[in-house]
Design a protein around this ligand. Structure first.
Ligand SMILES: NC(=O)c1ccc[n+]([C@@H]2O[C@H](COP(=O)([O-])OP(=O)(O)OC[C@H]3O[C@@H](n4cnc5c(N)ncnc54)[C@H](O)[C@@H]3O)[C@@H](O)[C@H]2O)c1
Length: 380
């Protein structure tokens, strides 16, 4: 039976050191992409100034300028990267462009945060790694599942030894109808967008981050079943040659644990969620059928979560979407640059989120054949 929030767990999960300004440095950022790129908190962070914005579409440029209170706007990322006043770029362009855009920013000497996924081919992963290591610049992926409240809680329960070892995890991202020709996001100005026919397993990070982003283990092998719809026009003609609306994958981790991971555009469910199991406890995200958030330990069941807002500057302590993750992503990137350290979701973690999906998609094309997953790790 669910009990009130346990005093003991409550105090263990309480933020011990609320965020405090520790430096007068200001990071000058350029923000590119006026769709999801409007959802962040750059202008509210005490150590950040939005130096310039960009979108190919004039009305989206205007929206970015209004949101981030910024006078300077460029007609494209390619123009913005030439601005010497900008030291970091937030890349919120379409998913298939991320690797190219991130590398372009780094070649111009800028640190980069990009939307998920970091890349969609193994060749791009290798090129991003080479560019990061050659330039010494910092990259972070803005994967929202990493900073959902339940993910922060699981990291903390693991760090304090309360959950023990995660032996099995199930994670899923469901978004009914996206990718189909009939979906509104498949079209802009009478032309197909990048979302039309987009392969589900090339968007794995909302799911994989729940495991990789808590235990930091790596996914080493995968067998994936892909399913489609023979009557869906998007699957007959898309730039990806994709025939799937759903991908259901079984991974093996480098610690010998199984991980069931779904990304589906065609099942009647929604949201990004996971459940983590050790042999003395389990944590469940809420789901669209009413499962509440739950931490189930041997002697108690807890169904409320701390909000963790104290980890953030006061101006940013509010939920702007995706489980309240946007201000945490904003703060982590800016503080990594201020403190001259790698961000929590550095390039290697970011590739460990997305590369397994690239291989899962290949496995689905081979009828579920189990395939090894290449690793992109820091040297030495
Ligand atoms: N929960 C999440 O993490 C989450 C949610 C939504 C979207 N996303 C990701 O965010 C990214 C953007 O998604 P979206 O829905 O806003 O897509 P979108 O296609 O609506 O917006 C992308 C924008 O980038 C602009 N753009 C493209 N190339 C450019 C260039 N060279 N210079 C300047 N601007 C350029 C386009 O004009 C467009 O306005 C995607 O990668 C998506 O996967 C993540």
């Amino acid at each position: 039976m669910a009990t009130a929030f346990s005093e003991e767990i409550s105090s263990l999960l309480t933020v011990k050191q609320p965020w405090q300004k520790s430096s007068d440095k200001t990071i000058r950022i350029g923000v590119v992409g006026g769709g999801f790129g409007l959802a962040f908190h750059w202008h509210e962070h005490p150590n950040c100034k939005v130096e310039a914005v960009s979108d190919l579409l004039p009305e989206r440029r205007k929206r970015l300028q209004g949101k981030y209170k910024c006078d300077k706007a460029y007609e494209s990322l390619e123009e913005l990267v030439k601005d010497p006043a900008i030291e970091a770029v937030a890349v919120f362009t379409p998913a298939p462009d991320h690797a190219r855009h991130v590398i372009l920013c780094m070649e111009h000497g800028k640190h980069v945060i990009s939307a998920c996924p970091a890349c969609i081919t193994l060749e791009e992963a290798q090129k991003m790694k080479e560019t990061k290591e050659r330039t010494g610049l910092r990259y972070m992926n803005a994967e929202t599942s990493y900073f959902r409240k339940e993910t922060i809680a699981v990291r903390e329960l693991l760090r304090q030894g309360i959950l023990g070892e995660i032996l099995y995890c199930e994670a899923e991202y469901y978004h009914l109808g996206i990718g189909r020709t009939s979906h509104e996001l498949s079209w802009r100005d009478g032309k197909k967008t990048w979302r039309c026919g987009y392969p589900p397993m090339l968007y794995p990070t909302h799911s994989t981050a729940f495991l990789v982003g808590t235990t930091r283990e790596r996914l080493t092998k995968v067998s994936c079943i892909g399913t489609g719809d023979p009557n869906e026009p998007a699957l007959k003609d898309n730039v990806y040659g994709n025939t799937f609306l759903n991908g259901m994958a079984m991974f093996l981790t480098d610690r010998g644990h199984p991980f069931r991971c779904n990304v589906a555009w065609d099942v009647f469910a929604d949201g990004e969620r996971a459940q983590w199991f050790s042999n003395n406890g389990a944590v469940y995200s809420e789901n669209s059928a009413g499962q509440p958030f739950t931490i189930r330990l041997k002697n108690e069941t807890i169904s409320t979560l701390p909000d963790f807002w104290d980890m953030l500057p006061e101006t940013m302590r509010y939920d702007s979407g995706h489980g309240g993750s946007h201000p945490f992503l904003t703060n982590e990137f800016i503080m990594a640059l201020v403190e001259e350290r790698e961000p929590a979701i550095d390039l290697y973690e970011s590739l460990a989120f997305c590369v397994p999906g690239i291989v899962a998609h290949e496995s689905a094309k081979k009828d579920g054949e189990q395939l090894p997953i290449p690793q992109f790790e820091k040297k030495g």
